[in-house]
Design a protein around this ligand. Structure first.
Ligand code: URA
Length: 238
């Protein structure tokens, strides 16, 4: 597929459209070993594009791991509220990235941002069984049979959840720390599952998405591209 050289470089994360245009003009870019200084020059995936003599690999899609802070919507745009896309540096903001699976505004932790619609769609499909693990803080204590109920499948007003794993990690005076793994992702699912037991979630953090674990080096609000090992999961799900 032929595309403009500036678009190619942008989609590889080289910079914003304006930055990339400047880079091209300054004769730092070669296509098949020939300096090209016009942004509308047409390239395709078979050509070798270099910047300062280093090959710029073409990536059709981008996959980012974000440690989402509270207070950000899992959406691409909102008139009043900040979205997860607002956390990205400018070069990533015009790539058509969106969150693969939503977290509530007050939920923190792992979000995968991508512009690969097939991947995002498949991660939501029950057939693919992409499990998600959360750490939750629950106000007060849980009923003694909570783990059993989660294991059997919590019955909500509009649907019955698949079996979920619930592990009690810590009990404190006024709250309980649990680890929950679910294999689907209905709206407010974790909060509603606990609510069905009469319990309130006061903190929720997603720590894994399929085999991808939240990188503990990422502080809230920080992000990085998925590494080659994590990309194996992307390829398997596509
Ligand atoms: N379940 C919820 O209730 N909220 C989330 O953000 C994710 C899962």
């Amino acid at each position: 597929m032929l595309m403009r050289l500036d678009k190619y470089l942008c989609s590889c994360g080289t910079g914003t459209r304006t930055e990339v245009k400047k880079i091209i003009k300054s004769k730092r870019v070669k296509v098949n070993n020939k300096i090209i200084d016009t942004s509308d020059f047409k390239v395709d995936e078979t050509m070798t594009v270099t910047l300062d003599n280093k090959v710029v690999e073409y990536n059709k899609y981008t996959y980012i791991m974000l440690n989402k802070p509270a207070g950000y919507l899992s959406a691409t745009r909102d008139n009043n509220k900040d979205t997860v896309i607002d956390l990205l540096e400018e070069k990533y903001r015009n790539m058509g990235l969106f969150p693969a699976g939503r977290l509530d505004r007050d939920t923190v932790g792992l979000v995968i941002l991508t512009n690969d619609g097939d991947f995002a769609h498949n991660t939501l499909s029950p057939k693919k069984h992409v499990s998600k693990t959360y750490i939750a803080h629950i106000e007060g204590t849980l009923p003694p049979d909570a783990c059993e109920i989660f294991n059997k499948g919590v019955i909500l007003k509009d649907f019955t959840c698949e079996s979920a794993d619930l592990i009690i990690e810590e009990t404190h005076n006024d709250y309980t720390v649990v680890r929950v793994t679910i294999h689907e992702g209905k709206y407010h699912q974790i909060k509603r599952m606990f609510l069905s037991l009469g319990c309130k979630v006061i903190y929720l953090k997603r720590i894994s998405f399929g085999p991808i674990e939240l990188d503990n080096k990422l502080k809230e609000g920080e992000y990085r591209l998925l590494d080659p090992k994590e990309m194996e999961f992307v390829k398997a799900v596509r």
